[in-house]
Design a protein around this ligand. Structure first.
Ligand code: RIB
Ligand code: CA
Length: 311
């Protein structure tokens, strides 16, 4: 039974790997890709989605969504992802079109059309589109099968401020609305994604495939790695967003705990912090499966095997 998903994304090199993993995996049916402003402005995240889908050779609707957070100025991350958001390899100009219609409307229409409980939302950027869809059409919330998101941090602390991870920090109000909506959330925070570090050997294996997809993933990762190496002194790039897709395909590669997670939206120093009650001290209702650990070898074996399916 294939699982129907919508990927909501701000490509970003790690988003690109997540999208390729999803498009290569028969366990998943990608109903559409919705883009959001995040790593780079919406025009570029949308153009990057076109380039990634073009590279895959697959046919998937791409709808542009929100170009800024619900109530805040957009904060972008060219310092990590480069000016295009997909630096590392030149894929030329897009060969696949953007589908007319706003991404938020696509999310609403798809959830209303598909049988209740059969569509999973996979946000791997700021949660603006998801929150906007829930606010505009609350009737879709109980129809969502699950939200499997990349975002947040607790034991690992933040990557954009000492307290906050980027996706949550860009639009904390949106994150708070999604976490407070009652929808079934699986959260892939930095606590697990910082363990999904690439290696030189893995990159060499991708290049040995001799395919455009293998070369693209290796080149994106090479570019993306330099920021984390300079900041953390780590060898390897953290493949944040692909963790969501890998969980959908092989959840046994991951482990975590169902806990309460609240989003700080008013902190003088902590805005965007995911306040994860890992030890259950607050008595607050658990609202997310908070993932902390990964079978790193199994994860990268899965990635290689699926990327190898592209020519
Ligand atoms: O903090 C990591 C997240 O921010 C990833 O989704 C990356 O693509 C950026 O959007
Ligand atoms: Ca992302």
């Amino acid at each position: 039974m294939t699982r129907k998903i919508i990927i909501d994304t701000d490509p970003g090199q790690d988003d690109a790997v997540a999208i390729l993993l999803a498009l290569a995996s028969p366990e998943l049916e990608v109903l559409g890709i919705t883009t959001v402003a995040g790593n780079v402005p919406l025009t570029l995240t949308t153009r990057n989605a076109q380039l990634i889908v073009g590279l895959s050779g697959r046919t998937v609707p791409i709808h542009a969504g929100c170009d800024r957070p619900l109530n805040r100025k957009l904060v972008t991350a060219e310092y990590v992802h480069g000016q295009t958001g997909l630096d590392g390899i030149d894929l030329g100009d897009p060969t696949v079109p953007v589908t007319p219609g706003n991404g938020v409307d696509f999310i609403i229409d798809t959830l209303r059309r598909e049988p209740a409980g059969t569509v999973t939302l996979v946000p791997i950027g700021p949660l603006t589109n998801i929150a906007a869809a829930f606010a505009r059409a609350p009737d879709i919330i109980p129809r969502v099968q699950q939200v499997v998101l990349m975002g947040g941090a607790y034991f690992e602390v933040g990557n954009v401020t000492p307290a906050a991870e980027f996706n949550i920090y860009v639009d904390p109000e949106a994150a708070a609305q999604v976490l407070g909506s009652g929808v079934d959330v699986v959260m892939m925070p930095l606590d697990v994604t910082h363990k999904a570090l690439t290696s030189a050997g893995w990159l060499a294996g991708l290049r040995a495939l001799g395919t455009r997809a293998g070369e693209a993933v290796a080149s994106w990762t090479d570019f993306f790695e330099r920021y984390d190496r300079e900041k953390y002194g780590s060898e390897g790039a953290p493949l944040h967003d692909p963790c969501t897709i890998a969980w959908l395909i092989r959840p046994e590669l991951f482990s975590g705990r169902r806990i309460n997670v609240e989003i700080e939206t008013e902190g003088r120093y902590t805005t965007g912090m995911t306040v994860a009650d890992w030890w259950g001290v607050t008595g607050r209702e658990p609202n997310a499966l908070f993932i902390r650990d990964i079978d790193r070898e199994g994860f990268f074996d899965l990635l290689t095997e699926r990327i190898a399916r592209f020519s």
